[in-house]
Design a protein around this ligand. Structure first.
Ligand code: N7H
Length: 507
């Protein structure tokens, strides 16, 4: 674990709750357009006290965990024969949350002070960043689904444990919308996958395992969890060391560091930038490619999938298979079947890449190594920790049905095949957080080292990305396909509660 150097007192009653992580099974994103400044202000004033804060969410999550664990220890006793299986999440505690975030154009309409100092990428909005992000060809903004071509002013995020609670909160929000002539441009629902898929994204991999800890907010870090200064995620707090990273060794890859942002206006304190990205996943295409390539190269599908992601579907980290020695059986399945301890908090995120510099275990272009290179960043771990994000994504769309018509048989696919991830992340700088990870790491062939290849899951800039899979004398140089495409997205700012009230009243 990285040592924390500064302890800041965070205004947890001012910071919006999803920054701490709603962690709810049902979420609805409602995209809004204001009529004019006066009605927008009246709307903000009306909903300000409905917005969930970090302290509430943290307290709720702690209580939920406590009750869940008590019930789990009871349920882990041998079941009484004849009694039905118990859903452990039922009868714990429940809450429904609302958050609100504004685009640059929403802030302009509200005439928020000091907008000229806002960062360029935020002013430009996601669709105008397409070249930087690699959103070209099928991912190009002209192919995005509604309402991402429209002038979105804000997004309301509703999160609930039960769908009926979400519907109730949505109905409540709609009364505010109609009272203040706020136009609803569209909604996007996200849901945890059902049954055994819960906690896993649509390719089948367990998600949400590795998150940075936040100094002043995370009280009980997991083994290996980096504690990062709050200023990396929330405005107005100390950030990680501001020193420029040491020059990487001579290499064709030369990252372009984003310029330091100008001094932000006072009202942005306790706020955070929110990236929303709608990513469609071609599950059949991914499964077929993994099956054919694994078969052609005498590997198990489990192992090849893990080489692309850096973790097996269960979440077992490939790096920890080093414990099994360098001759890991290429046909071995998921190691957690034989040794469930690999999934324990002692092991699951407690690793670095020092012992695997060549990527023999975790290819250097594997998704989790590209997006968080840990110690394997040629610019050093301190630099890695200036590019961390708080991921808050949730899957959308129906379950994949084996045998459904091939995708993309129709373009765009019908609703019953449109599935993927609503990727959300919070950070203090989109240029240094999301954009840097996407553009300077995932999309680059030469990061961390020359010829490593592109991120097989999220790289966006080329149709057939290359991927280098070292494994002793049998190294593979694969030409992949693009199984994840961008179908919408926007940049938002999630202001503090005090700032929402200020924007509601400012003349
Ligand atoms: Fe990723 N996947 O299923 O393959 N991601 N991701 N991601 N991702 C992670 O560690 C996935 C996306 C990061 O700290 C896991 O929590 C899919 C974007 C980062 O070791 C899995 C999509 C960006 C991490 C996936 C997608 C990132 C991470 C392992 C899109 C940023 C933490 C579970 C459809 C630009 C890395 C876990 C670390 C982990 C998948 C999107 C970034 C399974 C399918 C757009 C920083």
């Amino acid at each position: 674990m990285e040592a924390a150097t500064t302890t800041a007192t965070l205004a947890l009653d001012q910071i919006q709750g999803n920054i701490a992580g709603f962690n709810k099974d049902h979420q609805r994103f409602v995209f809004l357009h204001f009529t004019d400044k006066a009605t927008a202000q009246a709307f903000l004033g009306a909903v300000a006290d409905d917005i969930a804060t970090c302290d509430e969410v943290l307290e709720f999550n702690a209580l939920f965990k406590k009750v869940y664990e008590r019930r789990h220890s009871f349920e882990s006793q041998p079941p009484t024969p004849g009694t039905p299986p118990v859903d452990l999440k039922r009868n714990t505690v429940e809450a429904t949350w609302l958050n609100l975030a504004l685009t640059f154009s929403g802030l302009q309409l509200l005439e928020a002070p000091g907008l000229d100092t806002m960062p360029e990428e935020f002013k430009q909005r996601m669709r105008e960043r397409a070249q930087t992000l690699g959103d070209v060809d099928p991912s190009a903004p002209e192919n995005w689904v509604p309402p991402f071509g429209e002038n979105i002013h804000a997004v309301a995020i509703i999160a609930a444990d039960e769908d009926q609670d979400l519907q109730q909160e949505y109905a409540h929000l709609q009364t505010h919308l109609s009272a203040h002539q706020v136009q609803e441009l569209g909604i996007q629902d996200g849901n945890t996958r059902p049954g055994d898929g819960a906690g896993h994204e649509h390719f089948g991999f367990k998600d949400g395992l590795s998150q940075p800890g936040i100094v002043g907010l995370t009280t009980d870090p997991e083994p290996g969890q980096d504690m990062i200064q709050p200023g990396e995620f929330i405005l107005g707090y100390p950030a990680e060391g501001e020193q420029p990273p040491p020059s990487p060794p001579p290499n064709a890859y030369n990252p372009i560091q984003p310029p330091a942002p100008p001094q932000a206006p006072d009202w942005t304190k306790d706020g955070s930038f929110l990236v929303f990205r709608r990513l469609r996943q071609n599950v059949q295409g991914f499964n077929e490619f993994v099956a054919q390539t694994a078969n052609a190269n005498s590997m198990s599908e489990d192992l090849l999938g893990a080489k692309f992601v850096g973790r097996y579907k269960s979440g077992a980290p490939l790096e920890r298979t080093r414990d099994q020695g360098p001759d890991i059986d290429p046909n071995a399945g998921d190691p957690s079947t034989a040794d469930p301890s690999i999934l324990s908090s002692e092991k699951n995120n407690n690793f670095d890449y020092d012992q695997d510099p060549d990527g023999q275990f975790v290819p250097r272009a594997a998704h989790i190594r590209k997006t968080n290179p840990r110690s394997g960043n040629p610019s050093g771990k301190a630099d890695t920790n200036r590019h961390r994000i708080l991921r808050r994504g949730i899957p959308y769309g129906p379950e994949f049905q084996p045998g459904e018509p091939p995708y993309p048989g129709t373009s765009p696919p019908p609703d019953n095949q449109d599935r993927g991830l609503l990727f959300l992340c919070y950070q203090a700088s989109i240029a240094r957080g999301f954009e840097f990870i996407q553009n300077q790491w995932a999309n680059q062939n030469d990061f961390p080292q020359v010829g490593d290849g592109r991120d097989p899951i999220i790289s966006q800039d080329v149709e057939n990305p290359e991927f280098n899979l070292p494994r002793g004398a049998k190294a593979l140089h694969l030409t992949l396909q693009r199984w994840v495409i961008t179908t919408g997205g926007e940049y938002f700012f999630s202001p503090s509660i005090a700032a929402i009230k200020l924007l509601a009243e400012a003349t």
